[in-house]
Design a protein around this ligand. Structure first.
Ligand code: NDP
Length: 287
């Protein structure tokens, strides 16, 4: 019943690990992911650490470029352009958010389309919505894999996504639509959220509000994917990571449910590894 994102991620990474010597043998080198981090945001640091660790696990090359909080937009873009031209770099990831004096859109636009392993470049987004070949954003890609791994039938189902961000809600809606689900995108202005969620065969919570989806909002037998990552402090003062779904009670109603932590998070990182390999292969085939 529990969709174990951590275990699924591990098995996928183990497959990738086996692939590395084959890629090295065939192309003379292994895929390389370059990650840029700006400043000292602790959450960003921890996400980047996780990404570099995953790259090490699968045996791909990774490079970490650490820039100070004070770096100018022009300097950051210059680093990106250098990586765009760097033959040894297959994937470029700029950890978000960036400091306020930097325009994130300009930074994302500067990444070469074929190295945009996050799938955030407008060219990739356009191709996704046009149904053309593209690099898929990692979290939505991981969510689809998790739903599929549970054996849930997507075609013909009613999917409700709570949250309409560019990085999760909207792209996951498109991926579900492509798989013939009937999709509803709910958001903060949705008139009656519970009425919508109660109809969901597949419910995806991507809001960022701790445990806001309660058992009474879930259709019995639904598949529930919890994307939320919320750091809360318990009454005894200890910190805890919780999702957007009240897990313990939702478990009683849902047929399949992903936990937090150990759900979407590890799959997002694993899809980043997969995207880097896909970018590497696309570049190698173009040579
Ligand atoms: P955003 O803040 O960009 O978007 C949140 C969405 O939730 C918005 O569309 C907003 O609506 C909607 N929302 C807010 N309040 C309500 C409400 N009361 N009822 C219904 N909808 C509401 O968040 P992200 O998509 O970036 O992230 C969502 C969560 O997922 C966060 O906790 C984030 O940390 C996590 N996350 C996890 C990842 C992972 O790898 N596990 C990756 C990415 C995100 P409106 O548009 O109207 O404002």
């Amino acid at each position: 019943m529990i969709i174990d994102g951590k275990a699924l991620a591990l098995s996928l990474k183990e497959e990738m690990k086996k692939q590395m010597p084959l890629l090295k043998g065939k192309y003379g080198r292994i895929p390389c992911l370059s990650v840029i981090i700006v400043g000292d945001n602790p959450a960003s640091r921890s996400y980047v650490k996780g990404k570099i660790k995953a790259a090490e696990f699968v045996g791909m090359e990774s490079r970490l470029i650490e820039l100070p909080e004070s770096v100018s937009e022009a300097e950051l873009i210059a680093h990106i352009r250098e990586l765009n031209e760097d033959n040894a770099t297959d994937g470029i990831l700029v950890q978000l958010p960036l400091p306020e004096h930097i325009d994130e859109d300009k930074v994302i636009d500067a990444i070469a389309l074929e190295k945009d392993v996050d799938g955030f470049h407008p060219g990739n987004v356009a191709n996704l919505w046009l149904g053309r070949k593209c690099i898929l954003p990692c979290t939505p890609k991981g969510i689809i894999r998790m739903i599929e791994s549970s054996g849930t039938r997507i075609a013909g189902s009613k999917a409700v996504i709570v949250g309409r961000s560019n990085i999760v809600g909207k792209p996951v809606a498109k991926l579900l639509l492509d798989r013939n689900a009937t999709v509803t995108l709910a958001h903060s202005k949705t008139a009656d959220l519970k009425k919508e969620t109660l109809q969901a065969d597949i419910l995806i919570a991507a809001v960022g509000r701790p445990e806001m989806i309660t058992a009474d909002m879930i259709k019995p037998g639904a598949t529930v994917i919890d994307v939320g990552i919320n750091r809360i402090v318990l009454p005894d003062g200890s910190p805890k990571l919780v999702g957007d779904v009240k897990f313990d009670e939702a478990l009683e109603v849902a047929e399949h449910i992903s936990p937090v932590p150990g759900g979407v998070g590890p799959m997002t990182i694993t899809m980043l590894m997969e995207n880097t390999i896909e970018c590497f292969l696309a570049r190698m085939e173009k040579r």
